[in-house]
Ligand binder design. Structure first.
Ligand code: FAD
Ligand code: NAI
Length: 467
């Protein structure tokens, strides 16, 4: 069989690339080694974690409605049903991808793909049989997997990655999370809401590295109010699994062993980042170069050093986000169809789906300072927003960063209920190179949480009205 394009990997990068290319008239195949399409995101990432985040948030909220005059008996957890809701959500999404492949006449091949040579992909099935497919172009979209913690063996039962943390069959009494990044704080939130005592051990002296420092500080305080305990500037050096309770050795990130202490936990979640997945792809044989962090090296058109072989998503440089992978998938499909595919890396939002949410796009204050760019800051707290007061959702604030001389929007950072939806008005504005004044002059419906975005923009440009 001969194709215009073979995509290896069917995550958000791969499946979106395949669909877009088929829509543009290319004959496309996808090779996926998992039994279902959708990659990390749909099977063991974004989608199941959001199903559990939503369900656990409802469980938590229903126990805190007294202030609204609603008396509810203490809610009871039916964990198997909650996990079944998660699995059903995953199934409907992965089935949706299979349907879209059919609709767009994309051939799906289940098996491990490897590149025998430019234009030749070998698909090895589970039973060991293989088939060679021919193609004009190959897109590598093989994603990433969890980074290991040296000296700590994962069993996905008691010492887990995010994959095991989405499957725990009972609520751990004590959950120790290694890494105060997105996975640690999202999945830590799930199990805390369901009753676990959660301690987060983080190597750096802050949570959510890379996010605006002020936002991260306020967010950490809110999580502490919810019961999270943080041990910052600390590393895990060993996990003793010999007893009924896990014994976790931690020590200051900068000091020696003398200061080591032992913490107890029922489950340890290792969430210290993800690494590109290129195993078994035959990249060395095909001569495809990797960078210093073992990511596939690509040029501005997502082409590797080998003509006809492209790469997108978590396996290349940039933020490991589903929507970044998707947009690269669209861009490379357009390039292959002779169009001008492009991704604006300056306007990729990032959302932490905790309660409250954290959402961010563009530059942080730290980045602007480091780049020597003069900027203005506009801030507005949800405590001054009428809708937020009505919903008892006054935690958090909006922060808008604009260029000091041109007023162009450079970044937006939100902690608050619904932050992940609100951020998109800043995303669209940045895409069109708009200013804080543009945002501040746009009519926002009243009463909405989004009015705080407008007020923060007014604060950056001139003055807010309601503060
Ligand atoms: P992947 O989704 O990793 O897909 C790669 C696919 O390639 C996999 O299906 C794999 O089986 C397949 N594959 C690998 N090698 C081969 C081979 N040789 N042959 C055939 N197939 C192969 N991002 C967000 O933006 N929002 C979120 O809310 C979010 N939540 C997350 C929660 C968790 C718990 C995790 C782990 C991640 C989350 N992410 C989230 C990150 C997101 O999942 C990734 O950024 C995204 O999946 C990357 O897409 P991709 O297409 O590059 O790769
Ligand atoms: P991360 O990079 O977000 O956070 C890892 C954290 O672990 C960092 O704070 C880091 O300093 C810390 N760390 C590293 N080594 C350590 C050690 N030895 N001891 C203690 N702490 C250590 O990685 P995470 O949370 O694993 O997520 C992986 C990727 O998945 C991220 O890039 C993220 O973008 C993506 N993701 C996105 C989500 C979203 O968009 N909502 C949700 C979940 C994951």
């Amino acid at each position: 069989m001969s194709y215009d394009l073979i995509v290896i990997g069917s995550g958000p990068g791969g499946y979106v690339c395949a669909i877009k290319a088929a829509q543009l008239g290319l004959k496309v195949a996808v090779v996926e080694k998992r039994a279902t399409y959708g990659g990390t995101c749909l099977n063991i990432g974004c989608i199941p974690s959001k199903a559990l985040l939503h369900a656990s948030e409802m469980f938590d909220e229903v126990g805190h409605l007294d202030a609204l005059g609603i008396k509810v008996a203490k809610p009871k957890l039916d964990l198997p049903v909650m996990l079944a809701h998660k699995s059903a959500t995953v199934k409907s999404n992965v089935d949706g991808v299979a349907y879209l492949f059919k609709k767009n006449k994309i051939d799906g091949h289940i098996g491990t793909g490897s590149i025998a040579a430019p234009g030749k992909v070998v698909v090895t099935k589970e039973d060991g049989t293989s088939e060679t497919l021919e193609t004009k172009a190959i897109v590598i979209a093989t994603g990433s997997d969890s980074a290991p913690l040296p000296g700590v063996a994962i069993d996905e039962q008691r010492v887990v990655t995010s994959t095991g943390a989405l499957e725990l069959d009972k609520v751990p009494g004590k959950l120790l999370v290694v890494g105060a990044g997105v996975i640690g704080l999202e999945l830590g939130s799930v199990w805390r809401r369901l009753g676990a005592e959660v301690t987060v051990v983080e190597y750096l002296d802050r949570v959510l590295p890379g996010m605006d420092g002020e936002v991260a500080k306020q967010f950490q305080r809110l999580l502490e109010k919810q019961g999270f305990a943080f041990k910052l500037g600390t590393k895990v050096t060993a996990v003793d699994t010999s007893g009924k309770t896990l014994k976790v050795t931690v020590e200051p990130a900068k000091a020696g062993e003398a200061a080591a202490e032992t913490l107890e936990a029922d489950v340890v979640l290792v969430a210290i980042g993800r690494r590109p997945f290129t195993e078994g792809l035959g990249l060395e044989g095909a001569g495809v170069e990797l960078d210093e962090r073992k990511r596939v090296k690509v040029d501005g058109h997502y082409q590797t050093n080998v003509p006809g072989i492209y790469a997108i998503g978590d396996v290349i440089a940039g933020p490991m986000l589903a929507h970044k992978a998707e947009d690269e998938g669209v861009a490379v499909a357009e390039i292959l169809a002779g169009q001008a595919g492009h991704v604006n890396y300056g306007a990729i939002p990032s959302v932490v789906y905790t309660s409250p949410e954290v959402a961010t796009v563009g530059a942080t204050e730290e980045e602007l300072k480091a780049a020597g760019i003069a900027y203005k800051v506009g801030k507005f707290p949800f405590s001054a927003n009428g809708r937020a007061r009505a919903m008892l959702a006054t935690d958090g604030f909006v922060k808008i960063l604009a260029d000091a001389s041109t007023d162009r929007l450079l970044g937006a950072h939100i902690v608050g209920k619904g932050a992940g939806e609100m951020i998109h008005e800043a995303v669209v504005l940045m895409e069109f190179a708009g200013s804080a004044e543009d945002l501040g002059r746009s009519t926002h419906a009243h009463p909405t949480m989004s009015e705080s975005v407008k007020e923060a923009a007014l604060a950056a440009w001139f003055k807010p009205i309601h503060m």
